[in-house]
Write a protein that binds this ligand. Structure first.
Ligand code: NAD
Ligand code: MG
Length: 383
């Protein structure tokens, strides 16, 4: 029985992870849960899965859980420190990193430093501090298994092929709800329009990132760190049906692609059971009724966020952390109806233009750049 810790258990990925645990009760048990909101759902999860430890950032939620769970086996840890401690506890074999945004960095790093198998959904961690995370994993022996569907696909397609036989990684993108639209049509789109993703049901932040194509930009940076490929060897291809989750192009002109219905339970279960594959995790593709699979180049003029992410990766150092932080603040402002959709890339670009890049060799420097970018993005929103 593999003991699993889920960071961000009340979110979209967290809930799907617990669905996989429920579907395979002989294989998986829950060791730890953490969540930043939705204490009611967390409480229900605790009662169902009886984790040994739970950690929550807010004191009020902590006290409420302690009161509700008096007499039960579960111990409640409080604060960010509690989350970091739980993420690194020796008893869990697999940690699924599914907190959204920069808040996931320290807990994920704690699991990596403890040498766990880490299923990484929280791409922002790798965008902010990819070099540090990868070098800590090498040091501790942690195994990083991607949960992001594109990276899980690349991981599976790469298999044991020699790196020199690989020409490119090709990340596919659905294009989001505004695929095919032009810039002037995007000026007036509403929050409701942007939250209607055609193929995937996800948390609100990543759903907006998918609509701006920033999600794909963050994924290019994520792929660069996970697979050690330079930016010019990571391509993006719009594929609106989301059946091919990504592919690898080889030196001989051939490709290997990974296909399934779009269901995050597939990459989540793969990360949990790796190197094994579980039986019947998701329903099969209905080949006879499948729509034609189509592909086109992304329109970076209409969706500038993808280009900004390539720029940030090219500049390196603290710039990807600044891109990520400015994006988080701008997306939150859009979710709060404070700015329009096309102001998201404009704000990120202004913050990036004002940033003086430093090497991203230590965590303090990255956190400083992150805080600087958040402050400056907030100022841009106010002005
Ligand atoms: P979500 O918003 O649905 O859930 C986020 C989880 O993080 C919740 O449990 C929330 O309580 C917790 N959280 C938020 N802020 C926190 C904080 N400050 N401290 C502690 N916990 C906090 O998000 P999601 O869609 O599940 O995405 C999670 C991560 O996985 C993101 O990085 C996203 O990019 C990535 N991802 C998601 C999908 C998907 O299908 N949803 C696919 C690929 C990658
Ligand atoms: Mg993805």
């Amino acid at each position: 029985m593999k003991r699993i810790t889920v960071l961000g258990s009340t979110g979209s990925i967290g809930r799907s992870t617990l669905d996989v645990v429920s579907a395979f009760p002989d294989r998986f048990g829950v060791f730890g849960l953490t969540a930043g909101n939705n204490t009611g759902l967390l409480l229900a999860q605790i009662k169902k899965f009886s984790p040994k430890f739970v950690a929550v950032p807010e004191k009020a939620a902590c006290e409420l859980l302690r009161k509700e769970l008096r007499g039960l086996q579960t111990e409640i840890l409080c604060g960010i420190e509690g989350i970091n401690t739980l993420a690194g506890m020796p008893e869990a074999e697999v940690v699924i990193s599914a907190i959204v945004g920069g808040a996931g960095l320290l807990p994920t790093l704690s699991a990596v430093k403890a040498g766990k198998t880490v299923g990484i959904a929280n791409k922002e961690t790798l965008v902010m501090a990819g070099d540090i995370v990868i070098s800590e994993a090498k040091r501790s022996g942690a195994v990083l298994i991607p949960v992001d569907s594109e990276h899980s696909a690349v991981f599976q397609c790469l298999g044991s092929y020699e790196k020199r036989s690989v020409r490119k990684l090709v990340l596919t993108a659905s294009g989001g709800p505004f695929e095919g639209k032009k810039k002037n049509e995007l000026e007036a789109v509403t929050l409701e329009d942007a939250l209607k993703h055609p193929n995937w049901s996800m948390g609100r932040k990543i759903t907006i990132d998918s609509a701006t194509l920033m999600n794909k930009g963050l994924e290019v940076i994520e792929a660069h760190h996970l697979f050690a490929f330079p930016p010019d060897k990571v391509d993006v291809l719009i594929h609106p049906q989301s059946i091919i989750h990504s592919m690898v192009e080889f030196a001989d002109g051939t490709f290997i692609a990974q296909l399934s219905r779009p269901d995050m339970k597939a990459p989540i279960a793969y990360a949990m059971s790796y190197p094994e594959r579980l039986d019947n995790v998701i329903t099969q593709i209905g080949w006879e009724t499948l729509q034609p699979l189509t592909f086109r180049k992304p329109d970076t003029d209409t969706f500038p966020c993808l280009g900004l992410a390539y720029d940030a990766l090219g500049e390196g150092g603290t710039m990807p952390a600044v891109l990520n932080a400015a994006n988080e603040v701008a997306v939150q402002a859009f979710l709060d109806r404070g700015i329009g959709f096309m102001e998201i890339p404009a704000i990120i670009k202004k913050v990036m233009d004002a940033h003086k890049v430093k090497p991203a060799s230590d965590l303090d420097g990255i956190m400083e750049a992150d805080a600087w970018a958040r402050k400056n993005a907030a100022k841009e929103i106010e002005s």
